[in-house]
Design a protein around this ligand. Structure first.
Ligand SMILES: NC(=O)c1ccc[n+]([C@@H]2O[C@H](COP(=O)([O-])OP(=O)(O)OC[C@H]3O[C@@H](n4cnc5c(N)ncnc54)[C@H](OP(=O)(O)O)[C@@H]3O)[C@@H](O)[C@H]2O)c1
Length: 309
């Protein structure tokens, strides 16, 4: 069995070494144009040239959960596209979202500003019942995040494509229940995959529906930058419609230095680091799946190409 590795923006050496150790029966090599045809590929944001050069691939294993960049390519029709299932990401996502939520709810940004002025100023506690959290996407990451938020006794709503019943959550599904989900949520957490159905879903109209249409909604975007219509956000913040936003992902990354999001007082920017791929856990998972595929066994995390995630 031959495995080719093509990782844009990632150093391949440790991945190759790890895959060789986990799959000693396989020939694992870094891709170069004209390399022998491989059975499986381990990839991150590969160029179309790579795909065109490897038409015999049976499995394409993405070293992240989101496959939007991969599905933009013209892939071999028979190849199975496989995303990473958690592999250490969901706990990071849960801590990131809980931190952003609690920082906003407990007004830590105001205390930080007070501390810079040596000002001892106590703020009236807010009621968590008034801060219902809506999690868009109840997949591997969204469900973990929703359950972590529920631990802090915030009311939690979840929205997915297919109906779900998850203990401790009020679940909404599909377009028909989307407006009710938004209206019932004050803090919106985006953990949807980027597909044609979800691109631009964080827009003026939808964000204005938060919190029963009253001002004070808050956005945490950890999905993809293109979920947010960036031009809509600052007017919503400046008019007070939204109280703030924590953003980890952007239309253009790295976020250009001149982008107004960097300097807006109600926006917290982080550099797409809310849940990083954990190399060892990912190698173990991918190696296990490759072995299962070779034995003809079913695996989790196979991407539905037509649905886009
Ligand atoms: N910022 C970061 O560092 C970072 C790191 C990792 C991942 N991510 C992003 O997080 C996303 C989610 O990851 P995941 O592993 O949780 O994905 P996942 O397991 O595929 O779950 C996706 C969820 O979104 C729902 N969904 C998809 N399309 C929908 C639609 N049109 N309407 C309503 N719900 C819809 C799905 O509904 P069903 O359950 O009904 O199918 C599912 O619950 C990734 O795609 C990636 O873009 C970001």
């Amino acid at each position: 069995m031959r495995i080719t590795v093509c990782l844009t923006d990632n150093r391949p050496d440790a991945w190759i070494e790890g895959l060789r150790a986990a799959l000693p029966e396989a020939m694992v090599e870094n891709w170069r144009p004209g390399a022998p045809q491989a059975d499986h590929a381990v990839v991150w944001a590969p160029p179309q040239e790579f795909i065109d050069d490897q038409p015999a691939l049976r499995g394409i294993f993405n070293i992240g959960a989101g496959v939007d960049a991969l599905l933009k390519l013209k892939l071999p029709p028979e190849a199975q596209v496989v995303r990473l299932d958690d592999a250490g990401m969901s706990v990071q996502m849960a801590e990131y979202v809980c931190h952003a939520l609690i920082r906003h709810f407990r007004e830590f940004d105001i205390y930080e500003a007070d501390a810079r002025e040596s000002r001892w100023s106590f703020r009236k506690p807010r009621e968590r019942e008034d801060f219902a959290v809506g999690v868009m996407g109840l997949g591997v990451l969204g469900e973990r995040v929703a359950k972590a938020v529920a631990q802090f006794e915030f009311p939690v709503n979840g929205w997915s494509r297919s109906p779900k019943a998850i203990g401790g959550l009020r679940c909404f599904a599909g377009e028909a229940e989307f407006d009710d989900f938004l209206g019932a949520s004050r803090v919106l957490v985006n953990l949807l995959p980027l597909t044609e159905a979800t691109r631009g879903i964080l827009n003026r109209e939808n964000l204005s529906r938060l919190n029963g249409g009253e001002p004070g909604g808050y956005l945490i975007n950890v999905g993809r930058g293109a979920h947010l219509v960036e031009a809509d956000l600052i007017p919503l913040l400046d008019s007070g419609r939204l109280a703030g936003a924590t953003l980890d992902v952007f239309e253009v990354e790295p976020l250009p230095a001149e982008h107004p999001f960097w300097r807006h007082p109600k926006i917290t920017v982080t550099p797409h680091g809310s849940a990083r791929t954990v190399r060892e856990a990912s190698i173990a998972q991918i190696a296990g799946k490759i072995r299962a595929v070779e034995l003809g066994e079913p695996i989790a995390g196979v991407v539905g190409r037509e649905r886009g995630y």
